[in-house]
Design a protein around this ligand. Structure first.
Ligand SMILES: *[C@@H]1O[C@H](CO)[C@@H](O)[C@H](O)[C@H]1NC(C)=O
Ligand SMILES: *[C@@H]1O[C@H](CO)[C@@H](O)[C@H](O)[C@H]1NC(C)=O
Ligand SMILES: *[C@@H]1O[C@H](CO)[C@@H](O)[C@H](O)[C@H]1NC(C)=O
Ligand SMILES: *[C@@H]1O[C@H](CO)[C@@H](O)[C@H](O)[C@H]1NC(C)=O
Length: 425
C-alpha cells in the first residue's frame, strides 16, 4: 500500500473540518493541506474522525521506520476522572524506572480549544476536544512532544517552555538529563522543588528522555468514556493498555467539593444549610455517573477491541490493599514491578492526614481512611440524592447504598462490596 494522493486528500477532507481548523488557528505557521508523505504525516492523518479500520491505516504500513515499535513499548493509559485517585495511580507508574510518565497533557487541549467550560456537554465541543485529544495522545505515545507545543500558551520558543501542566509530577522531567538541578541520588524530587529549581523545560530533551524509556504512561481525566478511545486502542502502531480507575461517585463528589471550591460552591451551600440550592448544577454529579456507566458497561461487555487491553480498578480496593492491587496492575501490563514502586507505596500509604491537607493534589495520605472519609463529610440528604441519581452505576460497581444517616456514619459498616473485576484477557 502506498501513501497515495487519493487517500491523503480523502482523509484530509474528512478530518479538516473538525480538528485542523481548530489547530490551524493556534499556530502561526500555515498548515499544509497536502502534506508530503512521511511517517509523521501518516500519524496525523490517521485522525480520529477518519479512522475506519481501512482508511485510518492507509498509507502508513509502508513506513517500517515509523518511531513506534509495538513489540517493544507499552502505551499505558490511566483513564480516570478528577478526584478519583488518579494521581495515586499515576505515581505507581511514574515511580517505575522504565516508564516515562505524563500527567494529564490533555489539560492543554482543553484550555486552548474550550477555555470557557471545564466540563462541556456540548456535542460539537466534545467532538473537537476528543478528536484533538486522540491525535495528541497518539503523538505523545510516539514521544513526539513537539506536537504538544501547539496547545501550550504562550507558545514555546526554541522548543522550550515553563508552562507544561504539572511538569513536576513527572519524574523523568525533573531528573537528568532533562533537569540538571538534582543529582542522580535525589530519588524523590518534590513537585514544587522541581518547578522552582529546574530550568525551562527543553522539549527536545524531554522527547529524548521519552524515547530512552521502554514504556510510556499517560494519565487522562478529560476523556469521558472508554468508547471514545476505540480508534487509539485499535491503532496497530500503538500497544495501548487502559487502566480504568473508578471511585464511588459519593466520594468523588465529596472530594471535589473540598478541592474545587469555586466550581462546587453551591454544593457547599447545600451541605452547610441543609437545603439544595435551586440553581445547583446537577450535571456536576450526573456527568460522572453517566460516563462511568457508559465506560464500565462497554468495558465489562468485553468487546473484541478491548481484549487484553482493559482493566477496571476501584480506587477503594487500591486504598485497602495498595501493594496487592499494584501487583495486579503490573501483571496486567505484563511488566515486572520494580523496587522503587514498592518503596513508594510503603512511604506514601501511611502518611498523616495533616500532610494530605497541605498537599491538595498530593498523594501522601492514609489512603484507606481517605477513600471512605466522604461518609463523614457529606450530609445524608446529599448522599441520598446521589444514590438516587447514580443508582445504576453504584450497583454495577458494587457500592452499597445507605438507608439512614446512622448507616452512613457507622464506619464499621463497609459500603464497598467485595467484587472482583478480572482483566479481560
Ligand atoms: C522492536 O523492539 C524489539 C524489542 O526490543 C526488537 O527486538 C525489534 O527488533 C524492534 N523492531 C524494530 C522494527 O525496531
Ligand atoms: C531562540 O534561539 C535563537 C538562536 O539561538 C535566539 O536568537 C532567540 O533569541 C531565541 N528565542 C527566544 C525567545 O529565546
Ligand atoms: C535543548 O536541548 C537540545 C539537545 O540537547 C539542544 O540542542 C538545544 O540547544 C536545547 N535548547 C535550548 C533552547 O537550550
Ligand atoms: C454499626 O454497624 C454494625 C455492623 O452492622 C452494628 O453491629 C452496630 O450496631 C452499628 N452501630 C451503630 C451505632 O449503629
Amino acid at each position: 500500500m502506498q501513501c497515495s494522493w487519493k487517500a491523503v486528500i480523502l482523509l484530509a477532507l474528512a478530518s479538516i473540518a473538525i480538528q485542523y481548523t481548530a489547530i490551524r488557528t493556534l499556530t502561526s505557521k500555515p498548515f499544509q493541506l497536502c502534506p508530503v508523505p512521511s511517517p509523521q504525516n501518516c500519524g496525523l492523518l490517521g485522525g480520529p474522525e477518519t479512522e475506519s479500520p481501512i482508511e485510518g491505516r492507509a498509507g502508513c504500513d509502508d513506513y517500517p521506520y515509523f518511531s513506534f515499535n509495538a513489540s517493544r513499548k507499552t502505551h499505558i493509559m490511566v483513564l480516570a476522572t478528577t478526584r478519583s485517585g488518579s494521581s495515586f495511580v499515576g505515581q505507581l507508574l511514574n515511580q517505575h524506572a522504565d516508564i516515562f510518565y505524563l500527567f494529564e497533557p490533555l489539560y492543554h487541549v482543553q484550555t486552548t480549544l474550550i477555555p470557557r467550560l471545564s466540563h462541556s456537554r456540548n456535542a460539537a465541543d466534545r467532538r473537537v476536544m476528543l478528536g484533538a485529544s486522540r491525535d495528541l495522545l497518539r503523538s505523545l505515545y510516539g514521544c513526539d512532544l513537539y506536537f504538544l507545543e501547539s496547545y501550550i500558551k504562550p507558545a514555546p520558543a526554541n522548543h522550550t517552555t515553563d508552562k507544561l501542566f504539572r511538569r513536576g509530577a513527572s519524574r523523568a522531567l525533573c531528573s537528568l538529563p532533562v533537569c540538571d538541578a538534582f543529582g542522580p541520588t535525589d530519588a524523590n524530587v518534590e513537585e514544587g522543588d522541581c518547578v522552582k529549581k529546574c530550568a525551562s523545560l527543553n522539549m527536545t530533551l524531554a522527547a529524548d528522555a521519552c524515547r530512552e524509556k521502554r514504556h510510556v504512561a499517560i494519565k487522562v481525566v478529560r476523556v469521558p468514556e472508554i468508547g471514545d478511545l476505540r480508534a487509539l486502542v485499535e491503532d496497530p502502531r500503538l500497544n495501548i493498555k487502559v487502566i480504568q480507575l473508578v471511585r464511588d461517585p459519593r466520594g468523588i463528589l465529596s472530594s471535589r467539593i473540598e478541592t474545587f471550591r469555586d466550581t462546587y460552591r453551591l454544593w457547599r451551600i447545600w451541605r452547610a444549610t441543609g437545603r439544595r440550592p435551586y440553581n445547583l448544577d446537577l450535571s456536576q454529579l450526573t456527568v460522572v455517573c453517566e460516563d462511568f456507566l457508559g465506560s464500565v458497561s462497554t468495558g465489562l461487555s468485553h468487546p473484541h477491541w478491548l481484549k487484553g487491553k482493559y482493566m477496571l480498578v476501584r480506587y477503594e480496593d487500591l486504598s485497602r490493599n495498595p501493594l496487592l492491587k499494584t501487583m495486579e496492575i503490573y501483571d496486567f501490563l505484563g511488566l515486572p514491578m520494580d523496587k522503587s514502586v514498592e518503596e513508594w507505596i510503603q512511604t506514601n500509604t501511611r502518611g498523616s492526614t495533616e500532610l494530605s491537607a497541605k498537599h491538595k493534589y498530593g498523594t501522601v495520605r492514609d489512603s484507606a481512611a481517605n477513600a471512605e472519609s466522604w461518609r463523614l463529610k457529606l450530609s445524608y440528604d446529599m448522599v441520598e440524592y446521589t444514590q438516587a441519581t447514580c443508582h445504576k452505576v453504584l450497583h454495577q460497581l458494587g457500592y452499597k447504598a445507605v438507608k439512614s444517616a446512622e448507616e452512613l456514619k457507622n464506619m464499621s459498616l463497609s459500603l464497598v462490596q467485595d467484587k472482583t473485576f478480572v482483566p479481560f484477557s
